[in-house]
Write a protein that binds this ligand. Structure first.
Ligand code: NDP
Length: 251
């Protein structure tokens, strides 16, 4: 831990999609700020390695193998955090996929995968965690995207899920504000991570690779810093939305 009186001391966080990219960086940042961090994703080996690094730095981590597109895994994941550490203060709904393609060429299995993970998985995780977050006056951070504010061609399915996350978050905020539960939406522009590796449409995969090669994209740590900022504010401050583009990104 980086400080003798860390700002998130005593807090318990759960970060989904923590085996790479933004989730991995966020878990490390929250742990460095003193939170106990549960890290969830499907690649257990990556989680175990990250947990080892967090513990070596003096933090506390709990690796949980979970497929957020499966309801039974979601319930088990939340139960595991609470049975291990007795509470949940911060939920970072970060797990997501971006399978770009124009609608005319859409592979509906790709679209289904995005909706089931990015939207239904996020809603299901929130629902499972909500009783614990109400008890702790906790904080929900939903990772949407610039694609949740600007709908570009070739991103119709992905943008539909991310606009959905923004709408869900605003509705949720109004449902839970009286319980002192805070809700933050994070909307990153282009971040250099593994996200593009799963695109099955060759043209759109090449297009993304070209954009990444010709601009200075954000780093996962840039987004982790924004999440840390949101969850480190005093209880009266509800940071509802942070949209962060690379300086080089126009739309
Ligand atoms: P990564 O591909 O590096 O990370 C995605 C994470 O989601 C991985 O940990 C992956 O783990 C996890 N994940 C994927 N499918 C599942 C599943 N079924 N169940 C559980 N976990 C799953 O990409 P990013 O870090 O970039 O993405 C994180 C979030 O940020 C996503 O929601 C993405 O939409 C959003 N975002 C990213 C941007 C970017 O430019 N990179 C821009 C805007 C938003 P595993 O495969 O081990 O399960």
């Amino acid at each position: 831990m980086s400080s003798s009186n860390p700002i998130l001391a005593g807090k318990v966080a759960l970060v989904t999609g923590a085996s790479s990219g933004i989730g991995e960086a966020t878990a490390a940042a929250l742990a460095a700020a003193g939170a106990k961090v549960a890290i969830a994703a499907r690649r257990a080996d990556r989680l175990v390695a990250l947990a080892g690094r967090i513990e070596q730095a003096g933090g506390k981590a709990l690796a949980i193998e979970a497929d957020i597109a499966r309801g039974s895994d979601i319930a088990g994941m939340v139960d595991k955090v609470v049975s291990e550490w007795g509470r949940l203060d911060i939920l970072v709904n970060n797990a997501g996929v971006m399978l770009l393609a124009p609608t005319a060429e859409a592979d509906l299995d790709d679209w289904r995968r995005m909706i089931e993970l990015n939207l239904i998985g996020l809603i299901g995780t929130t629902k499972a965690a909500l009783p614990h977050l109400k008890a702790s006056r906790g904080h929900i951070v939903n990772v949407s995207s610039v694609a949740g504010r600007v709908a570009n061609p070739g991103a119709s399915g992905y943008a539909a899920t991310k606009f959905g996350v923004v709408a869900f978050s605003e509705s949720l905020r109004r449902e839970v504000y009286a319980d002192k539960v805070r809700v933050t939406v994070i909307e990153p522009g282009l971040v250099r991570t593994e996200l593009g590796d799963h695109i099955t449409n060759a043209e759109y995969k090449a297009g993304l690779d070209h954009r990444l090669a010709t601009m200075e994209a954000l780093t996962a740590e840039d987004i982790a810093n924004a999440i840390l900022y949101a969850v480190s504010q005093p209880p009266r401050v509800n940071v509802n939305e942070i949209l962060i583009r690379p300086t080089d990104q126009e739309r």
